[in-house]
Design a protein around this ligand. Structure first.
Ligand code: B12
Length: 242
């Protein structure tokens, strides 16, 4: 099916690399037009539309993962390309992030409401110097939904804050998010600190745009996750649950 939302069609013109354009186009072509509208709300930073359209999609019976993948995250992918290519700048991206969060606020209670007995406790945080939290928050929603008890340390989290939280909650799993090449190293530093204070047996996982399996392993992580689904998989592997 052709893309219905003319705005999306125009926005895709900014995504000039065919290898980036084709998968995004494919998502929109197979998705319901409502998903295009949700993505467009994120791309244009329209918080009210992000809020209302996500609520409408849920009311209309769309699966929340579909709304996330084909609507909110697809929209944010276009934002990411425009940001990287200097078509938009930090203030605009912040506005887009607000629209995305407005939509995620409706998805959170659905994903988080698993009602099952807690599997294990996970400490999650974005590392020192890094303020990106959308991906981390998504991981937290999915972890909650899968039955983990999650303590969110927010953004710009230093080693001491992680250590304090591990001890306070007697946690055996820590998840770290890092989106910048400059902050990624703080994953390694934090893991090193865990070892130095006698918390070397805590299982660590990490993710974020700048990261990959190789880098995560190099920094001493027990697991890497490319998305929120992989984040849940890693946490389950750590506790031997399938
Ligand atoms: C939104 C955004 C911002 C917003 C953040 C708002 C917020 N509240 O989060 C604002 C405007 C604040 C921002 C600021 C900056 N940003 Co920025 N930002 C982005 C953008 C466009 C989208 C990120 C996002 O939310 N993606 C959507 C989510 C769903 O995806 P995700 O974060 O990757 O998370 C998924 C996975 O990575 C994984 N995951 C994430 N965390 C974890 C943790 C674990 C444990 C696991 C297992 C998995 C996992 O699962 C998630 C869900 O699927 C990216 C572009 C991109 N391609 O990522 C740039 C990007 C990350 N930013 C970038 C830059 C350069 C900056 C700034 C330095 C810009 C500046 N000059 O000031 C500042 C830095 C501020 C700081 N100190 O942190 C660069 C980083 C380049 C690099 N390699 O270092 C990027 C890649 C853009 C680019 N191509 O240039 N940014």
């Amino acid at each position: 099916m052709a893309i219905q939302n003319k705005g999306i069609e125009e926005e895709l013109e900014w995504v000039e690399d065919p290898e980036e354009n084709a998968p995004l186009r494919a998502i929109f072509e197979k998705a319901d037009p409502l998903m295009e509208d949700i993505a467009y709300a994120v791309i244009t930073g329209d918080k009210e539309a992000g809020d209302e359209l996500t609520r409408k999609a849920i009311d209309d019976g769309f699966d929340v993962h579909t709304i996330l993948d084909d609507g909110l995250i697809a929209g944010m992918s276009v934002v990411g390309v425009k940001f990287r290519d200097n078509i938009i700048f930090v203030p605009e991206v912040l506005v887009c992030a607000r629209a995305m969060k407005a939509g995620m606020a409706h998805i959170d209670p659905i994903l988080s409401d698993s009602g099952i007995e807690k599997i294990a406790t996970v400490i999650m945080g974005t590392v020192k110097g890094d303020l990106h939290d959308i991906g981390k928050n998504l991981c937290i929603m999915m972890l909650n939904g899968a039955g983990f008890e999650v303590h969110d340390l927010g953004v710009d989290t230093d080693s001491d804050e992680f250590i304090e939280a591990i001890r306070e909650h007697n946690a055996k799993i820590v998840g770290m998010s890092a989106l910048l090449t400059t902050t990624m190293v703080n994953i390694g530093t934090t893991i090193q600190q865990f070892k130095e204070v006698g918390l070397g047996d805590v299982k660590t996982m990490a993710g974020g745009a700048a990261l990959n399996q190789e880098l995560a392993t190099e920094m001493g992580c027990d697991g890497y996750g490319k998305d929120a689904i992989a984040c849940v998989e890693r946490a389950k592997e750590f506790v031997g649950v399938s």
